[in-house]
Design a binder for this molecule. Structure first.
Ligand code: SF4
Length: 343
């Protein structure tokens, strides 16, 4: 779009930086208001309107330390982004998801459509109109490995013109050989989070019915190798389901799987979803799970706050709204700060 209006790479970079940092597109480059070619300058209002149409806030749902945004797309579809504490943003990579995790709202409807790279990046540009974003995690709706080209495009843009450090870009996957191969080769290599959830192959097949069939021990080895090649510790995500994967047997097996690896386990108690048979474990059981891992030398953390729960609870706002008429978009101003940013 920019090239069609005569933009050179240096102009593209400047305009992408303005968009991604929620600044007006006509922000002068180093005080030079004539930096952009005239034709491009004249096309900026129309270009800005097309960028604004990529994503708009339909609904905000404040929570305990996090805020869910229902993000409207140009074709009337909607995805969720979650504003996390300390400048984090959880973005969606697909509408719906084909993995079909039995504990996840998004997985119920299957895959509706892929998001384009620009629609992923637009979630960050939109969130930055609300507040600073220093970290982006791909843990919202969708499996990033199933939309790999668009997600890697988005990561490249966020890690360059978006100014986000690559350790603050987190690619979260249920495990996929192609993603493990491509991530270490990517121009911007993100951190890797593996949604493991159990060490038992049979249970994993039931919980994640359409995830690639890779045995948990091989999966951890593949993910660990990819994370090491990218230079970051492996993050392991574990949605705690009461009486299913929160027992001592899992603690023992998980500690053995992660022994000797540079890995951090994030235990996230499941967030209740209407009409589901799963239950959130009581706090004492969740704490015992994490303590058990630590006692065996595994680095482990527990995220207890309901509002911070994004993996496995994703898609709830969208699901609640799916049958209602489209809400009026909330128009958000770009930051008229003359080019400075607090991000
Ligand atoms: S938890 Fe993630 S991978 Fe599983 S169905 Fe939901 S969105 Fe897809």
């Amino acid at each position: 779009m920019l090239r069609a209006e005569g933009a050179a790479p240096v102009h593209e970079r400047h305009l992408m930086q303005q968009w991604l940092n929620a600044r007006p597109l006509d922000t002068p480059y180093r005080g030079d208001a004539n930096f952009l070619p005239r034709r491009l300058r004249e096309a900026l209002p129309a270009i800005g309107a097309r960028l604004d149409a990529l994503a708009c806030v339909r609904e905000r749902a404040p929570g305990d330390g996090a805020e869910r945004l229902l993000v409207g797309l140009a074709d009337g579809q909607a995805v969720e982004s979650v504003l996390l504490p300390r400048g984090g943003l959880c973005v969606s990579s697909q509408i719906g998801c084909a993995v079909g995790c039995t504990f996840c709202t998004t997985g119920r409807d299957g895959l509706l459509r892929q998001l384009g790279g620009a629609e992923i990046v637009a979630q960050v540009a939109l969130a930055r109109r609300l507040r600073a974003v220093r970290k982006v995690v791909f843990m919202g709706m969708g499996e990033p490995a199933h939309n790999l080209d668009a997600v890697l495009d988005a990561i490249t843009l966020l890690g360059t013109e978006g100014g986000i450090a690559r350790e603050q870009l987190v690619f979260s996957t249920v495990g996929d050989r192609r993603a493990f191969e491509r991530l270490p080769q990517a121009p911007v290599r993100p951190s890797l989070a593996l949604s493991l959830h159990t060490t038992r192959a049979d249970l994993r097949e039931r919980l994640l019915p359409r995830a690639p069939r890779i045995a948990p021990d091989e999966l951890v080895a593949l993910a660990d190798a990819a994370a090491r090649a990218s230079g970051f510790p492996l993050l392991v995500q574990w949605t705690l389901l009461d009486g299913i994967n929160d027992g001592g047997d899992e603690v023992e097996a998980l500690a053995a799987l992660l022994a000797g690896r540079r890995a951090i386990l994030n235990a996230i108690p499941w967030n209740a979803v209407e009409g589901s048979d799963f239950a959130r474990p009581p706090l004492e059981r969740a704490v015992a799970f994490v303590r058990g891992l630590r006692a065996r030398g595994t680095m482990a953390t527990l995220r207890w706050s309901a509002a911070q729960e994004v993996d496995g609870g994703c898609g709830q706002l969208r699901a609640r709204r799916a049958s209602t008429a489209a809400e009026r978009p909330v128009m958000l101003p770009v930051r008229g700060d003359g080019g400075r940013t607090a991000d």
